[in-house]
Design a protein around this ligand. Structure first.
Ligand SMILES: Cc1cc2nc3c(=O)[nH]c(=O)nc-3n(C[C@H](O)[C@H](O)[C@H](O)COP(=O)(O)O)c2cc1C
Length: 185
């Protein structure tokens, strides 16, 4: 798949794997190689988030992209299950309006943006992992976003340490025939 990325007048084509290949090879990666993510690749990943669909096209998101090592280390403390953020090459914080954050529609839209981001990353061979946000005040202090915004999710990114992304033959998922119903339940 060639991801077309338009930045103003400039169009950059980046070759990656197909969408289906990205879906089949994506997994949550929590150990990252030291290799940085090229700025253009990070922009492609952010652009995938920007292009995500949303209810009534409200686009209820802002993204804060962090690559500074010291900031990543401190950001890792916002959630006990977010330690992988510390050694990521980059982490994208997904924010929304604080007074809208509890709405199911907004959470659905953020989930779609998250998946677009993660699949774009996978298509470039870059691993990713979610982290919830427990200490919102620490996240706000570190990222500097205003009081009317809420940080709902962190997505860490980086080239996998040791095991590159590759087709997963037997994913840890419920059986296909158990969850797929045809015509009727
Ligand atoms: C809404 C949501 C929140 C998550 N939060 C965390 C988290 O805080 N820390 C973490 O390590 N993984 C987190 N995950 C990742 C899940 O644990 C992961 O998607 C699941 O175990 C499947 O992993 P796999 O795709 O590698 O099979 C989260 C996933 C989702 C969808």
């Amino acid at each position: 798949m060639a991801l077309d990325h338009s930045l103003g007048q400039q169009t950059v084509a980046i070759s990656g794997m197909s969408a289906l290949e990205a879906i089949r090879s994506r997994r949550n990666v929590r150990q990252y190689a030291a290799q940085p993510i090229a700025a253009d690749d990070l922009d492609q990943i952010l652009e995938a988030g920007r292009r995500s669909p949303s209810s009534r096209n409200t686009q209820p998101w802002d993204f804060v992209a962090v690559t500074d090592r010291d900031l990543l280390r401190r950001l890792a403390a916002v959630w006990a299950g977010g330690r992988h953020v510390a050694n990521s090459a980059a982490t994208i914080a997904l924010l929304t309006a604080a007074d809208q954050a509890g709405h199911g529609r907004v959470q659905f839209d953020l989930g779609q943006a998250a998946m677009s981001i993660m699949l774009a990353a996978a298509s470039l061979g870059i691993g990713s992992c979610h982290s919830a946000v427990g200490d919102e005040e620490l996240a706000r202090e570190l990222l500097g976003y205003p009081a009317d915004r809420s940080c709902e999710l962190l997505i860490s990114l980086g080239y996998p340490a040791g095991r590159p992304l590759a087709h997963i033959g037997r994913p840890d998922r419920r059986p296909f025939d158990e969850i797929v119903h045809r015509e009727r339940w």
